[in-house]
Design a binder for this molecule. Structure first.
Ligand SMILES: [Zn+2]
Length: 414
């Protein structure tokens, strides 16, 4: 057991390394981490402060979860088996009574679960993201935190959500592990004016935006009734679409809308488990988005609509959903889905991560390939096993920014 959460050199000996490099090579090698970077991969004979030397280790890039509401983790199981409308009704009632202390407890629970299950970066949407930021820093988690914005007349936040978001961004813009951003909640909770002001703030501070878009058919039809346009068409026409935007869900899209997303460099977050649990009916047109070169990443959504934060499970659901939907087992591949959770997401967030490659951020996960559900351990089926067979509890250790933040049942002190 090394010293948790402190910077040091780490050597991982004789592991199967899923590099996710341009050739997607998997090699048997040692990996050396110094400070916050992967500095060497190969046969390494140097001392390190901490050495992982178990047999049958699989080293993968830390998984990236591009959509969560982490302070809600302590509400897990409290709103099952209802559709989004009833879910939101229930949640908004609960939210009004929750304190910053509740948010902290939820965030600790959620980040612990993510570290345990191999996630090294997450994108969040909630109010009071300063609470999440402090928890993430303490636990050593990399976090992109989107302060949620809705119109002032419907918010439960104290003060104006836009100014709250701006205050949060200014306070946290120079942090190592934290990237503050702005998160308009949706077209049904944000007016055109609110949306454009949110975009202005993202531009002023050169940061990202994230937003729920076209999650349910009802959202799309109601928006069209109100404005004459589908949500993406509307966002396109008001000039809101941007390379800064990570649009979440996009279950109900036309090809015309997909092209609008592509043209504006929008990135998307696919949350198959949450969509299925809420009975959204349709599913994101993933093959068409990929064909039009829209970067598709993966997210869990909150622990209330998922109900866990395990990205391995999301990878499997993402792959299976579209095979079944299209009557075509080859429409998604394990490598393509694994890319979405690693390289595609890292690039979408502008992180030099998502790969086990020299001089990249040391966001690294060690999976225990000795477990029964990882057998037989063969180089040519490792990617298949990662997506279709393993789950987050197969993770042995998680390293974020060069620091060991989970190691065989141990977490840094909170
Ligand atoms: Zn959400």
């Amino acid at each position: 057991m090394g010293v948790m959460g402190v910077p040091m050199s780490v050597l991982i000996k004789d592991a199967w390394v899923v590099t996710q490099n341009t050739r997607r090579e998997i090699i048997k090698a040692d990996v050396y981490i110094e400070d916050n970077l992967i500095t060497e991969i190969g046969k390494i004979n140097v001392e390190a402060d901490y050495v992982f030397k178990e047999k049958n280790m699989i080293v993968i890039p830390g998984l990236i979860n591009t959509h969560t509401h982490i302070p809600m983790t302590d509400l897990r199981g409290l709103a099952d088996d209802v559709d989004l409308e009833k879910f939101l009704e229930k949640m908004w009632k609960l939210e009004g009574q929750r304190s910053r202390d509740d948010f902290r407890i939820g965030a600790e629970m959620g980040i612990k679960e993510m570290l345990r299950t191999g996630t090294t970066t997450f994108v969040d949407m909630y109010s009071d993201e300063d609470v999440v930021a402090e928890v993430a820093k303490k636990m050593g988690m990399r976090a992109f935190l989107g302060w949620a914005v809705v119109d002032e007349d419907i918010t439960t936040q104290e003060g104006n959500p836009l100014s709250n978001a701006e205050k949060f961004i200014t306070a946290y813009q120079n942090e190592d592990l934290i990237t503050p951003l702005i998160a308009p909640h949706g077209v049904y909770t944000c007016s055109e004016e609110t949306l454009l002001k949110a975009k202005e703030i993202a531009e002023r501070y050169d940061t990202l935006m994230t937003m729920h878009v076209s999650e349910t058919r009802k959202e799309v039809y109601e928006h069209r009734r109100k404005t004459g346009k589908r949500p993406v068409e509307f966002l396109n026409d008001i000039g809101f679409l941007s390379f800064r935007l990570i649009a979440v869900h996009l279950v109900w899209l036309t090809l015309n809308e997909i092209r609008m997303l592509a043209k504006n460099g929008v990135k998307v977050s696919h949350n198959p488990t949450s969509n299925m649990k809420l009975g959204n009916g349709g599913s994101m047109p993933l093959p068409e988005l990929v064909k039009e070169n829209v970067p598709v990443t993966l997210g869990t959504d909150s622990a209330v609509t998922n109900n866990n934060l395990d990205m391995f499970e999301v990878m499997k659901f993402a792959a299976l959903l579209h095979k079944n939907e299209r009557w075509d087992a080859s429409i998604t591949t394990a490598q393509q889905i694994f890319d979405m959770a690693t390289v595609v997401a890292a690039d979408a967030l502008g992180l030099k991560a998502g790969r086990i490659v020299e001089n990249h951020l040391a966001d690294v996960v060690i999976v225990n390939g000795a477990e029964p559900n990882a057998q037989p351990l063969r180089k040519d089926t490792i990617i298949s096993n990662l997506v279709y067979s393993l789950n987050g509890l197969n993770v042995m250790a998680t390293i974020v920014n060069g620091r060991i933040v989970y190691d065989m049942g141990n977490y840094p002190e909170t």
